[in-house]
Design a protein around this ligand. Sequence first.
Ligand SMILES: *Cc1c(COP(=O)(O)O)cnc(C)c1O
Length: 312
Amino acid sequence: MSLTFLPPPIQQINSKIARHAGVDLYVLRLDLMHPWVNGNKWFKLKYNLLEAKEKNFTTLLTFGGAYSNHIYATAAAGNLFGFRTIGVIRGEERLPLNPTLSFAVQQGMQLVYLNREMYRQRNTPALKEYLQQRFGEVFIIPEGGSNLNGVRGCIEIVGSAIAFDRICVACGTATTLAGIALSLNAGQRAIAFPVLKNGAFLAQEIESLLTNYLASDLSTPHSSPASWELVCDYHFGGYAKVNDELLMFSQQFTQEHGVPLDYVYTAKMFYGVMDLLQQGFFCRGDSLLLVHTGGLQGNAGIEERFQRFAKI
Ligand SMILES: *Cc1c(COP(=O)(O)O)cnc(C)c1O
């Protein structure tokens, strides 16, 4: 099983704001690696797929909300690499299926719905046993691909050879941030922008992800300690919450620089970076790499839910 795609392109952003701040701005376009299996979700899946293959599993089972980028990527990757896939979706079935779930079904994913209460138990042994009994031998990947295999894959996102001073990334569970932070050289730092409200709690999650990863047998020796920081001010009210300001920013950024952004993750991080540039947060002479983690498939769902936004 060959799991390599083309390396993601790095695109320079010619922005007046960055120039004014004396900062060089680049975007790492993980969104362009593959039409369907892309973004950070691919990196989080990679070693899960390899482990599943190695252990002779033929079916992957995973979890997500109805608009989940992870469900989308798992369905596509499963199809591409010859796995059956089962998607356990939070909440009730809604017909017709939204664009995310109808894509997943087209890719051959079997959808199963769990009410919110049961879904909350998804990481418990009891629910795992229930799923194993119902579906047989399945390789279970946690929601978002957020396990140590996921961290391991994310170590490959930036590639330590590239000498950017600051690497900026949008952050949900912080699995991606943990992998990136582990890949950096001395002097480099990862800056995480949580898209959830009250994201400061992630500091503890990050510490335990790093500790668990370094203590695991996946870990290879790292020359420098992971350096990271959280910027919690750009959640726009919480997960998947958007307002007109964010939508306008996103559409304007796309028009000006030719980089499409998703509203749930990357638009918030890019907004945050541009705002921080204006506040003098970065040092003159810094080079910044903004990691475009993909997620563009979710925009169809957001625009469908908030039809008025499509008119802006
Ligand atoms: C899932 C996702 C993230 C968050 O990744 P974590 O590892 O959970 O922090 C960021 N950006 C996009 C586009 C995503 O789909």
